[in-house]
Design a protein around this ligand. Structure first.
Ligand code: TRP
Length: 349
């Protein structure tokens, strides 16, 4: 049976937090450990430039993301792990796809539309702060995906539309030039989203995150600050609407979760629950934390790992882009056919 190709990108736009771990890193690493798949996980550093114009931050977050994934179990022998910016064929394909991607399709992309709507509501020009990169973001994502013939693209809900746009662009290309691209599908995991310090979804944009690899003291302090109701110990508690329980669920195994439900019903005290939570998270992360620190202390190890992945990926990308160039007419003049008869009307440039 043909191996399915799974591909996803990780944008280096912040220090990795527990929500990233439970929602994405943990399931993605688990999936990569299963046999029978070809896996591409890459750092979408070109996408990071859309929102972040600070070179130091882009570099720092790239280092932290690479170190975090490696420390949390990504095996670079099983996974093609690379930086998007080191595969120039992606940028080339981005342009080629731009020439078949309908502008109207991109007008409807959420991120762009949201910013335009916000501008309009604020009474300023609709395109204020809209860069061409923001507008073209889904086309670059399509290039990431289509170049490697991905079957499945694991993403969060907010990115499903982008994968659908990639499908549409592949369809437009295939209709014009013959079938060269596989149509990808979004794969939305069942990992629950983790609540943050304020009970809303843990997200950098809410400023309610707990870093994966902060010091234990900071973890303890953060967990202690999570608001609970004022039920005293001994009073039964509702585990179904509880941030502490949700966090616990992200790190505990099935037996532990079941017995914690009983302890809630028996009235566990909030202070005790917070201590258990810290210990449970810490049990998971103590080992990876020291690996993480080791990588940060030796960034040249990370560079070497990424370069090895990039060499393998470039070989694949190179072969693919030859095919695409041929399809659109970018081969050497030695391949040029005789003039077309009758003369085809040319599109306006
Ligand atoms: N845009 C995605 C995000 O911010 C990251 C990404 C870039 C991606 N290229 C991709 C995800 C290709 C899947 C496939 O989450």
């Amino acid at each position: 049976m043909e191996r399915k190709t799974i591909l996803t990108g990780i944008t280096p736009s912040g220090t990795p937090h527990l929500g990233n771990y439970i929602g994405m890193i943990k399931p993605a690493v688990a999936m990569s450990a299963e046999d029978g798949r070809k896996i591409f996980y890459f750092i979408s550093d070109l996408h990071a430039l859309v929102k972040c114009h600070n070179a130091e931050r882009v570099e720092r977050f790239t280092l932290e993301i690479a170190a975090a994934w490696l420390a949390l179990g990504l095996d670079p022998q099983r996974v093609l792990f690379y930086r998007q910016s080191r595969i120039p064929e992606i940028a080339e394909l981005h342009w080629i796809l731009s020439c078949v991607a309908p502008k109207g399709l991109l007008n409807r992309a959420h991120a762009y539309k949201a910013l335009r709507d916000q501008n309009t509501a604020g009474g300023v020009d609709a395109d204020t702060d809209v860069s061409l990169g923001l507008f073209a973001y889904p086309v670059l994502m399509a290039a990431d995906i289509l170049l490697f013939d991905a079957d499945y693209v694991p993403v969060g809900k907010d990115q499903i539309q982008h994968v659908e746009i990639a499908r549409d662009i592949a369809g437009s290309f295939n209709a014009r030039y013959g079938v060269h691209f596989r149509l990808p599908r979004a794969m939305v995991g069942d990992a629950q989203s983790l609540p943050g310090l304020d009970g809303r979804k843990m997200s950098k944009s809410y400023g309610n995150t707990i870093p994966i690899f902060g010091p234990v003291d900071e973890l303890r302090r953060s967990i202690r600050k999570i608001k609970t109701n004022s039920l005293p110990p001994g009073e039964p508690k509702d585990w179904q609407q509880c941030t502490l329980f949700e966090l616990y669920r992200g790190f505990a195994d099935a037996d532990e979760i079941a017995s914690m439900v009983r302890r809630y019903e028996a009235g566990i005290g909030w202070g005790e629950m917070k201590d258990i939570l810290v210990d449970t998270i810490e049990r998971h992360l103590a080992g990876p934390r020291s690996l993480y620190q080791g990588y940060l202390d030796h960034p040249q190890h990370i560079e070497a790992i990424l370069e090895q992945g990039e060499e393998r990926v470039r070989a694949i990308a190179h072969a693919r882009i030859q095919e695409i160039r041929r399809a659109v007419g970018l081969r050497s003049p030695a391949h040029a056919p005789a003039p077309h008869e009758p003369h085809e009307p040319q599109q306006q440039a």
